[in-house]
Write a protein that binds this ligand. Structure first.
Ligand SMILES: Nc1ncnc2c1ncn2[C@@H]1O[C@H](COP(=O)(O)OP(=O)(O)OP(=O)(O)O)[C@@H](O)[C@H]1O
Length: 377
């Protein structure tokens, strides 16, 4: 295998454990595109891990076909196959009697890399996952925190630069803050590395954050829905998926949308040195109640209501703008700002200049539209 991203295809894959009445995985078919992160979510025992482990043949399928980058995985030597697939699991799965450096260098060593190349790679991987090589290289896993162990686990999975990464609840055993940091790191790594990643989790929020696509799995690894996080949040395929998505699906969806994705409102604006009576006349003519006061560089400063326009200059009347968003902000950020500010929040460009506003009605309309699109589309 090369270090270019590869696709993974599972065709009619079934796993029947010896002596078990029902199959653990039944007739599972899926195409995973090169360079995408696919997350398997589903209840305990539904077959996520079994499905994943068949990809690197830690579990042998009973029937079906698996190809990785067009190569038939079942016809390759299993050890050789596994060396080309990074694998990270809960509790990191580090060898306790090997140092951090030896753990990370294990697969490159097995692949016959020269010592100097392996050693340089180990240090590079430690840096990549945010651990100081000098400090951590010679420690044993028990001398690390849980979060540090998970980082080493990810470093080890990436060491031989495999095109495919399998990650089975790799961040399951750490506190929520560390978990969030590890997720952010994985995403920033992935933006450079473009691996094909299959990721197993119980946690739907983790799936939404990490997945390009999410497969919600039911009994015997049946695919209840396989789609983008946006599509699943907007329109769960059935009640079981809806139950798994949980409460607040519409709110979760707002974290996926950016302000640049929605149509901005135009508010009435005024420049700070304008005469209040001119602004008042304009608002009256347009039958509007509020104006956003901008400074000479068009940066939002204050909100003024029609009734504020009797006394004082535009620089002192009304109330100051406390919160702004940009086109890159999430619609969730905008909603929070709206709830804090009232009515609507100004959107500014790169130099802080006014470009529009987002109002509560727009946010509500957006959620409604998304839902309809996915229902009918
Ligand atoms: N070695 C085994 N022998 C027999 N049955 C097994 C074996 N491993 C798993 N199973 C069964 O296969 C089914 C799927 O297990 P699997 O571990 O794949 O589920 P999972 O979705 O990953 O669960 P969890 O989220 O709890 O890890 C379960 O019913 C489990 O009891």
């Amino acid at each position: 295998m090369t270090d270019q991203a590869v696709d993974i295809q599972l065709e009619h894959v079934t796993k029947r454990y010896p002596g078990a009445g029902k199959a653990a995985v039944e007739d599972f078919s899926m195409n995973i595109a090169a360079g995408e992160i696919v997350v398997f979510v589903g209840p305990s025992g539904c077959g996520k891990t079994t499905t994943m482990k068949m990809i690197n043949r830690l579990i042998e399928p009973s029937s079906g076909r698996i190809t990785i980058g067009g190569q038939d995985a079942l016809s390759l030597d299993a050890d050789e196959l596994r060396r080309g697939i990074g694998y990270a699991i809960q509790q990191a799965g580090l060898f306790p009697h090997l140092t951090v450096g030896q753990n990370i260098g294990l697969v490159p060593g097995l692949l016959g890399w020269p010592k100097a190349k392996t050693s340089a790679r180990v240090d590079e991987m430690l840096e990549l996952v945010g651990l100081d090589a000098g400090e951590f290289h010679d420690r044993f896993p028990r001398q690390l925190s849980g979060g540090q162990q998970q980082r080493v686990g990810v470093a080890r999975a990436l060491a031989a630069d495999p095109p495919v990464l399998l990650m089975d609840e790799p961040f399951g055993a750490v506190d929520p803050i560390t978990r969030g940091n590890l997720q952010d790191e994985l995403l920033s790594l992935q933006s450079e590395l473009h691996k094909t990643i299959v990721f197993v989790t119980h946690d739907f929020d983790e799936a939404v954050k990490l997945g390009d696509r999410i497969a919600v799995l039911g009994p015997r690894s049946s695919i209840l829905q396989f789609d983008t996080p946006e599509a699943i949040l907007a329109a769960p395929a059935n009640d079981t998926v809806a139950g798994f998505v949980g409460a607040g699906a519409s709110l979760k969806q707002l974290t996926l949308l950016r302000v640049r994705d929605i149509e901005l409102d135009e508010t009435e604006t005024a420049i700070i040195d304008e005469r209040p009576e001119d602004v008042r006349a304009r608002l009256d003519a347009k039958n509007r109640k509020y104006a956003l006061v901008l400074d000479s560089r068009r940066r939002p400063k204050r909100w003024v209501h029609l009734r504020d326009l009797n006394d004082g200059s535009l620089g002192t009347v009304g109330r100051p703008v406390n919160d702004l968003v940009t086109r890159q902000s999430t619609v969730q950020d905008a909603l929070e700002a709206i709830l804090a500010e009232g009515g609507s929040v100004p959107v500014v460009g790169t130099r802080g200049e006014y470009v529009g506003a987002v109002g509560i009605d727009t946010v509500m309309d957006t959620v409604r539209k998304l839902r309809e699109e996915h229902e009918h589309g």
